[in-house]
Design a protein around this ligand. Structure first.
Ligand code: SAM
Length: 323
């Protein structure tokens, strides 16, 4: 089991398979992606070796992310490769949903267990203002399809944004009333590229947390491979509400995940100042050197990120390594 100096155990791998994205979210990639990054992406063979090594070191869950993972033509094969790795119990994906309606069935058949879809607003105009994309209706149909296909978990991520969706709280609740999804508000995080935007649009999740508790929502227990969200349930709602509050006290105490960038670099934190290249260890089938590298490097993982001090490490935007 991968364990750090603070006795945190790492069973959850977030694997970015591309830095590229076809959406231009204001807070992430407002000017679009750097297309040259695509030629540096890990190959399917390297991904198989990587996931095998992680699984042998105790990883049980892989989340495929990006950039936009559905931009990769071999995404279905990547899902199958992760799922067929002995030890991996759950494969999830985080996507903007633009291929969901078309491809979710193939992904499910390849072994996908769970999907997180980013929907920052249910209002098509606001959605387009934030993301630059007009496909909200298809994305919502894709979510319905994922639910109908019986995926283990369907989650929706919405970044809380003052001036855009913060006032849409009731619309989000109405959706959750009738859809068995977990809808999570993510606090906008400061990154190297979004300082001005952050100053204007960041709003704390505690306001929403207070509202939920006042309205009778109750907090639920987390599983050992669960992500960082606090989840709430309510007897009158089909779905759950969640909050991801990276600025809250003790957020990092139960960190259970490691990240690999699409270039094969280990990020021990979303906001680490340094990353470690391990691609050279993925050139042959032996997993032991990768496991040794992970265990050794992990001893340098810090107790917490330094976002409160406005220190964003080397992370210019989250498309580099996935949220
Ligand atoms: N393209 C996929 C998607 O749209 O979900 C995966 C990558 S995206 C970087 C992953 C998640 O990070 C999305 O939910 C996105 O809204 C969120 N995100 C990006 N930048 C963020 C920021 N600065 N603060 C909080 N969340 C952010």
């Amino acid at each position: 089991m991968l364990t750090d100096r603070y006795e945190r155990r790492f069973r959850y791998l977030r694997l970015s398979i591309t830095e590229s994205c076809n959406f231009k979210c204001d807070y992430c990639l407002p000017d679009g992606p750097d297309c040259s990054s695509r030629r540096h992406e890990l190959t399917l063979a390297e991904i198989k070796r990587l996931v095998r090594a992680f699984a042998q070191a105790g990883t049980e869950k892989v989340r495929i992310t990006g950039g936009e993972p559905a931009l990769r033509r071999d995404l279905t094969e990547i899902i199958a490769a992760c799922k067929n790795t002995p030890g991996i119990k759950e494969v999830a994906i985080t996507t903007n949903g633009y291929r969901l309606e078309r491809d979710i069935e193939a992904w499910r058949d390849a072994g996908l267990d769970a999907v997180n879809v980013s929907v920052d607003s249910f209002n098509p105009g606001t959605f387009q203002l934030i993301t630059g994309d007009s496909r909200l209706p298809s994305i919502l149909r894709g979510i319905d399809k994922a639910i109908a296909l019986g995926l283990k978990r369907v989650k929706i991520n919405a970044v809380l944004l003052r001036g855009y969706n913060f006032a849409e709280y009731n619309t989000f609740l109405d959706y959750v009333k009738f859809h068995p999804v977990s809808l999570r508000f993510i606090e906008l995080m400061l990154t190297g590229d979004n300082r001005d935007y952050y100053k204007h649009h960041h709003v704390g999740g505690d306001v929403i947390q207070r509202k939920l508790l006042q309205e009778g929502w109750e907090s639920t227990r987390k599983g050992i491979t669960a992500g960082p969200a606090l989840e709430y349930q309510h007897p009158d709602y089909a779905g759950k509400m969640g909050l991801i509050m990276p600025y809250s006290k003790d957020f990092c105490n139960d960190c259970n995940r490691l990240r690999i960038s699409s270039r094969g670099q280990l990020f021990m934190c979303l906001f680490a100042s340094q990353h470690q290249d391990l691609r050279h260890l993925l050139q042959d089938d032996a997993p032991e050197p990768v496991i040794q590298f992970l265990q050794d490097t992990l001893q340098g993982k810090e107790a917490s990120h330094h976002l409160h001090e406005e220190f964003t490490g080397s992370t210019r935007h989250l498309a580099m390594i996935g949220g």
